[in-house]
Design a protein around this ligand. Structure first.
Ligand code: NAD
Length: 279
């Protein structure tokens, strides 16, 4: 599974998340898929959410089940309130509870600002921001209903919001996406503040440039790769496992005191690399 450049899979302790039930949205592709697999490898039972592409979701379920844990694929559009409620209700019924939510589903609909339609703006806000709101709300209700089970985890629940470096780096031609991720940052921090007394840990991961279908044009050709690498001090493009491994750590009690933080997992992209030689 691991790429030659990415971190090796063997680093994940197989019992780290034993007995925990994880829901990963948008888990039949890219970062969500790698995260669902890594959580399963760490011993969690995993629900693989997808909106389209049931065959790919089934393959992810098969891979996770091969680690001896439970896995299932649930179809739901994260921007649809009724479908999110039905998905979380079903998970509680079939898996018993939810311990970990990775609100990962996301999309781009790029356009120059004056060309951007209201539909393009709305769709990205609906999926990237409202989708995370809905999934987090339903997961938090379940965490509060159940409370802390010390044999399972020190926290009543963990929410990981998949944000982006574009929660702080402005991005011309992508105003809907950048605004959605800026919103994710403040939503995450507000939820973290509100839910911490309930022993719910809310955090975010902000990936830099990770090789997935969402940004294929940025890494597909040698010229695009060269341009992209200028933005990354660590001089490699990220792999989905680079994010998945951080998600496993963040979901685990090893990071129990991490509350309301964004972990930038970006090879240094947010270090203003232009200033290494300029300024
Ligand atoms: P991807 O396109 O491979 O995966 C996105 C997933 O979200 C897909 O499975 C897609 O079907 C799903 N999805 C889209 N709309 C949905 C909906 N309405 N309901 C449920 N699922 C839906 O891209 P990725 O790179 O793996 O992106 C995952 C997350 O990581 C996104 O939130 C993205 O913004 C974020 N991210 C990615 C990068 C990167 O460089 N790849 C960088 C920063 C942030």
């Amino acid at each position: 599974m691991s790429s030659p450049e990415g971190a090796p899979q063997g680093v994940i302790p197989a019992q780290l998340l034993k007995g925990q039930k994880a829901l990963v949205t948008g888990a039949n592709s890219g970062i969500g898929k790698a995260t669902a697999v890594a959580l399963g490898r760490a011993g969690a039972d995993v629900v693989v959410n997808y909106v389209a592409g049931p065959e790919e979701a089934d393959k992810v379920v098969e891979e996770i089940a091969s680690f001896g844990v439970r896995a299932a694929a649930y179809q739901a559009d994260v921007s649809d309130e009724g479908q999110v409620v039905a998905m979380t209700d079903r998970m509680v019924e079939e898996f018993g509870t939810i311990d970990i939510l990775v609100a990962n589903a996301g999309m781009q609909r790029d356009a120059a600002f004056t060309e951007m339609t209201l539909a393009q703006w709305q769709k990205v806000i609906d999926v990237n921001l409202t989708g995370q709101f809905l999934c987090a709300r339903e997961a938090a209700k379940e965490f509060m209903r159940r409370g802390v089970v010390p044999e399972v985890s020190r926290a009543a629940g963990k929410i990981i919001c998949m944000s982006s470096v574009h929660q702080i780096i402005p991005w011309a031609g992508h105003v809907n996406y950048a605004a959605s991720k800026g919103g994710v940052q403040m939503m995450m921090e507000t939820l973290a503040q509100e839910l911490a007394p309930k022993k719910i840990r809310v955090n975010a991961i902000a990936p830099g440039a990770i090789k997935t279908p969402i940004n294929r044009s940025a890494w597909e050709t040698p010229d695009a790769q060269t341009d992209l690498l200028k933005l990354i001090p660590y001089e490699r493009i990220g792999e989905p496992d680079d994010i998945a491994h951080v998600a496993v750590g963040l979901a685990s009690d090893l990071m129990d005191y991490v509350v309301g933080t964004t972990l930038y997992v970006d090879g240094g992209m947010t270090l203003f690399p232009g200033f290494a030689t300029g300024g």
